[in-house]
Design a protein around this ligand. Structure first.
Ligand code: FAD
Length: 469
C-alpha cells in the first residue's frame, strides 16, 4: 500500500478488466493520488448466465493481477448509483475514472451517475476503452450512420490511426481500504458458491490478461496466415477465440490491431481485422438502435407468422434436432459457453427458418449461454441471419444443414467431438445418420423436421408476410 495522506481516486472497472492499455487506470495513476480499484456487480445477478460466470472469474483474475502490484480490486454488490457516491463520500475522493460503456443500460447509468457525482463536487474522467472507433464517430460524407458493413469498414479503415497501446503503469500506489463500507465482498469469496454447471465450463477457459495475449500470439503464430481460408471450418483451430476476452476487456481491439498490423500477414491479417470491424459495426448499430435485441430492424417482419413451438425450441436448445451439425453446435455452446461462428450461423438459420421460430428466442438463449455474449454483436448477428437486420442475408436464403455439414465438417471431426452417440459412424453417414445402413446410432434422434418440407414452409410464410396475407 502507498503511504500518502492524499485522498484516493476511484478507478471503476467495468468491461475493461485489464491493467495494460487502460486509459482510465493510466490517467488515475497520473493524478499522483493513491488508487481505489472498484468493481460493482448488480444485485441479484450472482451467476445466472454463462457471462455472469465468465465475469466473476475475470474479476477474480484482475484482483490477482492488482495484488501483484500491492493493490486489490474491491467488489461491491448492488446499485452503482448508490455505491459510488457512498464510496467517494467515505474516502473524501474528488476524482473518479472510468472507461466508457456504450450499451443502453450502462450508458444511462453512467450519465445519471456523472451528474450525481458532479453535484457532489467530484470530477468524473470518462475515456474511450473498448472499441477502435466510438460508435458515433464513423459516418458517411453526409454525416449519416452506415447501414452496410463494407462502407462502414472502408470509412473506418481510411481514418485508422490508432494510438499505440498503453503499457501497464510502471508503478501504482493504493490507498488502504479501511474507509470502505462493510458491504464489500472480495472476488475470491464470490467464486466460492458458483453453480456446478458453471464450474463444468472451467477446463475450457482461462481468464487473465496474460492469457488473452498468449492466445493472440499463439493464434498469430499458427493460424493468422491462413485465417481467410480456414476460419469457416469448425474442427480446425483456425480462429482466435478472443471474443470472451474482448467482451470483458482483458484485451483491446487496439492491442490486436497493432499486433496484427506488425505481423504483415497479408490476406489473413486483413480478413481477421475486418472481423474485428464487424464488432465495431455492431456497436455503431446498437448506438443507433438501442432496442436492436427486441425490434426487427426491417419492420416488414413485424407481421411474420412465427411459430410458437416450445418442443421444437427445446430440441434446438438441447442439441436434439437430429441434424448433427446443429446438435454439435448447440452442445458445444452448452458445455463450453462458446460456438464456432460458422456453426452459429447454421443453428441460427435452423431455428428461424427450419423451425420458423422468432429470432428473439434464439437471441435470448445465446444471451443466456454464451460466455462472449455481447449486447451489440449478438442481436446484430441474429438479425443478419434472420433477414430482419439493416444489412442481412435475405430470408429466402435458407442454409441446408446437411450441405453445410458436408462442406465445413467433411470428415465429421467436429460432430464426433460434441455428439458422442455418432462417434461410431464413419463416412458420409455422419451428416445423415438416419440414412446409415451399417450402424444405426443409438439414442440419437431422427430429424425433427424434414429439410425440404421445412424449407417450403419457411418460404410460404415469408411470401405470405410479403404479400400481407
Ligand atoms: P475470430 O474469427 O477469431 O474473430 C476475431 C474477433 O472478431 C472475434 O473475437 C469477435 O470479437 C469479432 N467477430 C468475428 N466475427 C464477428 C461477427 N460476425 N460479428 C461481430 N464480431 C465478430 N460474437 C460475440 O462476440 N458475441 C456474441 O454474442 C455473438 N453472437 C453471435 C450470434 C450469432 C447468431 C452469430 C452468427 C454470431 C455471433 N457472434 C457473436 C459473432 C461470432 O460468431 C463470434 O464473434 C466468433 O465466433 C468468436 O470467435 P473468435 O473469437 O474465434 O472469432
Amino acid at each position: 500500500m502507498g503511504k500518502t495522506s492524499l485522498p484516493p481516486v476511484v478507478v471503476w472497472f467495468r468491461d475493461d478488466l485489464r491493467l495494460a492499455d487502460n486509459l482510465a487506470l493510466t490517467n488515475a495513476v497520473r493524478s499522483g493520488q493513491p488508487l481505489w480499484c472498484v468493481y460493482v456487480r448488480p444485485a441479484g445477478a450472482a451467476c445466472t448466465t454463462a457471462l455472469d460466470w465468465w465475469q466473476t472469474r475475470s474479476v477474480q483474475a484482475l484482483d490477482h493481477a492488482l495484488r501483484a502490484y500491492g493493490g486489490r480490486l474491491h467488489l461491491f454488490v448492488g446499485q452503482a448509483e448508490q455505491i459510488l457516491p457512498d464510496l467517494v463520500r467515505e474516502g473524501g475522493c474528488t476524482q473518479v475514472f472510468w472507461n466508457r460503456r456504450y450499451d443502453p443500460a450502462g450508458k444511462a447509468t453512467d450519465t445519471r451517475l456523472k451528474a450525481q457525482l458532479k453535484q457532489m463536487g467530484v470530477v468524473v474522467h470518462s475515456t474511450p476503452g473498448s472499441l477502435l472507433h466510438e460508435p458515433w464517430t464513423v459516418r458517411s460524407k453526409a454525416g449519416q450512420p452506415f447501414q452496410v458493413f463494407g462502407a462502414f469498414w472502408r470509412a473506418a479503415s481510411a481514418t485508422a490511426h490508432y494510438p499505440a497501446p498503453l503499457p501497464v503503469p510502471p508503478s501504482m500506489a493504493f490507498a488502504p481500504c479501511t474507509a470502505l463500507p462493510d458491504a464489500q465482498i472480495l472476488p475470491d469469496a464470490a467464486v466460492q458458491n458458483l453453480p456446478g454447471w458453471a464450474e463444468a465450463m472451467q477446463p475450457y477457459h482461462a481468464f487473465a490478461e496474460q492469457d488473452a495475449y498468449a492466445q493472440l500470439h499463439d493464434f498469430m503464430a499458427h493460424a493468422l496466415q491462413n485465417y481467410a481460408q480456414d476460419r469457416d471450418f469448425p474442427s480446425r483451430d483456425a480462429t482466435s477465440e478472443l471474443s470472451p476476452f474482448l467482451r470483458t476487456g482483458q484485451i483491446t481491439p487496439a492491442q490486436i490491431w497493432h499486433a496484427v498490423a506488425a505481423a504483415d500477414a497479408q490476406d489473413g491479417g486483413a480478413k481477421f481485422l475486418s472481423e474485428i470491424g464487424w464488432r465495431e459495426f455492431a456497436w455503431s448499430l446498437l448506438w443507433e438502435h438501442p432496442d436492436m435485441s427486441t425490434r426487427n430492424l426491417r419492420p416488414e417482419f413485424d407481421t411474420m407468422p412465427w411459430r410458437v413451438d416450445p418442443k421444437g425450441l427445446e430440441c434446438w436448445q438441447k442439441g436434439r434436432t437430429g441434424y448433427p451439425l446443429v446438435d454439435a453446435g448447440m452442445r458445444q455452446l452448452w458445455q463450453t459457453g462458446l460456438m464456432h461462428n460458422r456453426v452459429r450461423m447454421v443453428v441460427a438459420s435452423f431455428l428461424v427458418k427450419h423451425l420458423l421460430i422468432d429470432w428473439r428466442e434464439g437471441e435470448r438463449w445465446f444471451a443466456h449461454t454464451l460466455v462472449d455474449h455481447d449486447p451489440a454483436s449478438n442481436p446484430m448477428n441474429w438479425q443478419w441471419n434472420a433477414g430482419t437486420g439493416v444489412e442481412s442475408a435475405p430470408f429466402f436464403r435458407i442454409m441446408n444443414p446437411i450441405l453445410q455439414s458436408q462442406k465445413f465438417d467433411p470428415d465429421g471431426v467436429y460432430i464426433r467431438t460434441w455428439v458422442p452417440e455418432l462417434a461410431g459412424l464413419h463416412g458420409p453417414d455422419i451428416h445423415t445418420p438416419w440414412q446409415a445402413t451399417l450402424l444405426q446410432p443409438t439414442g440419437y434422434p431422427s430429424p425433427i423436421v424434414d429439410h425440404g418440407v421445412a424449407r417450403a414452409r419457411a418460404l410460404a410464410a415469408w411470401n405470405a408476410q410479403k404479400s400481407g396475407i
